[in-house]
Design a protein around this ligand. Structure first.
Ligand code: UDX
Ligand code: UDX
Ligand code: ADP
Length: 469
């Protein structure tokens, strides 16, 4: 019969594990949830008295305030956590490998393996182990092999796959109200029991019909597939945006018309300067790598094209800036509004803004950056990584970080919108115009501002997916 879970451990207190398990604690007061991480600074932040949490998510602080110290605990003591738990989420990072076999494509599963080995080593009672990190297909099988090879008498491990579909910036509402919860298990009696134990946790707030139970492999592949197909929609619309710019069609109108087809649906059809974030590119590259290892080169190249189109979109946008500014931006002041990979997050992983600024720097422009949420130190870190041929000192000679959009755009020749922060829509653009060099240009990489209104003020406006006005 399914075990009734009362103690949950989450290994990894990051973007996925932190919010997910905090919400489990909120919705299941009868369950004690511990979130453990080897990164002490991160745990200290989760425990900070002023709730200065390590990640910014609307609504997260409120959840943590309600549960922390009640049935939600943050700790660096992974060993103690493992010993006490009935069910363990493995939610550690799985970055793209930087060297070795599959470098640039395959996920680095070292952290998953280390966490799994530690569970096997330390556990003295049976555990349900839940794979929560995004990992390529068949990782659960490796985890199972490691756990079984190291299990002790009276100590069995059941492995589940439970991919997380939350998006950053809306993590809490996505967790409160998920489209679906997906649980993969072996189709054995034990596997199905473990699946029922986890499903019972979610059933505390998710309607039963939204909890999907499938095989282990299907579950793992579904996560990669969902992200690849979402990214594919963006690349498709971005490919069309290039045609629009060249022909006078308007991508917003095209996307609207296409999305009205109920077979298509209106979401995720917003043309942009390129998708970013920790998941899309990584998951597609995982899918490419997986296809190649399965000797399916046509499948691999099909998915690779989604990432290539995204790179092209970013390149195309920075080229449009240079072309429009009379074919040179050397020595010119360019303002980049937004550094996060999308609005309502401080996360910058794979942000298009980084690529744009790198391109502007290689044209020897001066860049003025403003983002309402991203820390200064993060901007320097990302730019240093993106520009390996420049020293940080040289980067700092060309880049200035500002405290407001208005300040960042003083004396600039062009303002480039890289992130769709709502406050950029509400800027006093007439005031911005006054303080800029003329002709003053706005490049809208997010279909954010009213191009016609800006044009009336005097701006020259270039919007993604529309001819310049
Ligand atoms: C299509 C468009 O649906 C329609 O809007 C347009 O006006 C004309 O082209 P049609 O070609 O008649 O219509 O049929 P459709 O139902 O779209 O199917 C096209 C092909 O796709 C068929 O061979 C169908 O079997 C196949 N298909 C469709 C799949 O293989 N899988 C699916 O999920 C859907
Ligand atoms: C994504 C998936 O949405 C989520 O289900 C999965 O669990 C993790 O990956 P996330 O990366 O947080 O979530 O953000 P998302 O909202 O999907 O946006 C990804 C990127 O695509 C952003 O850079 C965003 O600006 C861009 N985007 C999104 C577009 O350019 N156009 C769109 O229409 C939608
Ligand atoms: P994600 O976006 O997938 O949540 P993050 O990088 O935000 O990824 O978080 C993963 C967290 O997992 C990091 O804080 C990292 O310190 C932690 N971590 C990695 N390996 C282990 C481990 N073996 N034990 C505990 N925590 C770990």
């Amino acid at each position: 019969a399914p075990l009734k879970v009362t103690k949950v451990l989450c290994i990894g207190a990051g973007y996925v594990g932190g919010p997910t398990c905090a919400v489990i604690a909120l919705k299941c007061p009868h369950i004690t949830v511990t979130i453990a991480d080897i990164n002490k600074a991160r745990i200290d932040a989760w425990n900070s008295l002023d709730f200065n949490l390590p990640i910014y998510e609307p609504g997260l602080e409120d959840v943590v305030r309600q549960c922390r110290g009640r049935n939600l605990f943050f700790s660096t003591d992974v060993v103690k956590g493992i010993k006490e738990a009935d069910l363990i989420f493995v939610s550690v990072n799985t970055p793209t490998k930087k060297s070795g076999v599959g470098a640039g494509f395959a996920a680095d599963l070292n952290y998953v393996e280390l966490a799994t080995r530690q569970i096997a080593e330390v556990a003295t009672t049976s555990k349900i182990v839940v794979e929560k990190s995004t990992v390529p297909c068949r990782t659960a099988e490796s985890m199972r092999t490691i756990l079984e090879a190291n299990s002790k008498p009276n100590c069995r491990f059941d492995i589940l796959s439970n991919p997380e579909f939350l998006a950053e910036g809306t993590a809490i509402s996505d967790l409160f109200n998920p489209d679906r919860v997906l649980i993969g298990s072996l189709q054995t009696t034990e596997g199905k029991d473990a699946c029922a134990s986890l499903a019972a946790i979610y059933a505390n707030w998710v309607p039963k019909e939204n909890i999907l139970t499938v095989g282990l492999w299907s579950s793992e592949l579904s996560k990669l597939a969902a992200n690849a197909m979402l990214a594919q929609r963006i690349s498709s619309v971005n490919a069309l945006s290039a045609i629009c710019e060249a022909t006078g069609a308007n991508i917003d109108e095209v996307a609207h018309a296409v999305g009205y087809d109920s077979r298509m649906g209106p979401k995720f059809l917003k043309a942009s300067v390129g998708f970013g974030g920790s998941c899309f590119q990584k998951d597609i590259l995982n899918l490419v790598y997986l296809s190649e290892s399965l000797h399916l080169p046509e499948v691999a190249s099909y998915w690779r094209q989604v990432v290539e189109m995204n790179e092209y979109q970013k390149r195309r946008f920075s080229k449009r800036v240079v072309d429009t500014l009379f074919n040179t931006i050397t020595g010119k002041q360019i303002t980049v509004l937004g550094f996060a990979f999308k609005a309502d997050t401080g996360d910058t992983r794979e942000s298009a803004a980084i690529t744009l600024i790198r391109d502007f720097l290689s044209e020897r422009a001066f860049v003025n950056v403003y983002d309402p949420k991203v820390e200064e130190s993060q901007i320097w870190y990302d730019l240093a990584e993106a520009c390996p041929t420049m020293t940080l000192d040289n980067i700092k000679k060309q880049v200035k970080i500002h405290k407001s959009a208005l300040e960042a755009s003083k004396n600039a020749e062009a303002v480039v919108i890289a992130t769709e922060w709502k406050e950029f829509k509400e800027i006093d653009w007439a005031e911005v115009y006054k303080h800029m060099k003329k002709p003053a240009f706005v490049f809208d990489g997010r279909l954010l501002v009213d191009a016609d209104a800006l044009s009336k003020i005097g701006f020259k406006v270039a919007t993604i997916g529309r001819p310049s006005i």
